[in-house]
Design a protein around this ligand. Structure first.
Ligand SMILES: [Zn+2]
Length: 80
């Protein structure tokens, strides 16, 4: 079973469809169970579309990492 911290690492691959089927299913079920990671997925998706339109490609991973950390910290607070 996936933990929230695994989601932050895999979410980009999940969005890009760059994962084996079994892994996608695992992540998918985590998104069903965890509202926090669902919000996170939506945030990342909207961020990616903004970045793709307005930013050069090289900045993507840095921005997403920062956002991932921020959202994950929120997630941790929420769960305990
Ligand atoms: Zn989660």
């Amino acid at each position: 079973m996936y933990q929230c911290k695994d989601i932050t690492e895999e979410v980009n691959n999940y969005i890009e469809g760059d994962l084996p089927f079994t892994k996608r299913i695992g992540l998918f079920f985590h998104f069903i169970m965890c509202s926090c990671c669902r919000n996170y997925l939506q945030q990342i998706r909207s961020t990616i579309s903004v970045i793709t339109v307005s930013q050069p490609k090289e900045k993507d991973s840095a921005d997403l990492k920062a956002l991932a950390k921020q959202l994950h910290d929120m997630c941790d607070e929420h769960e305990h």
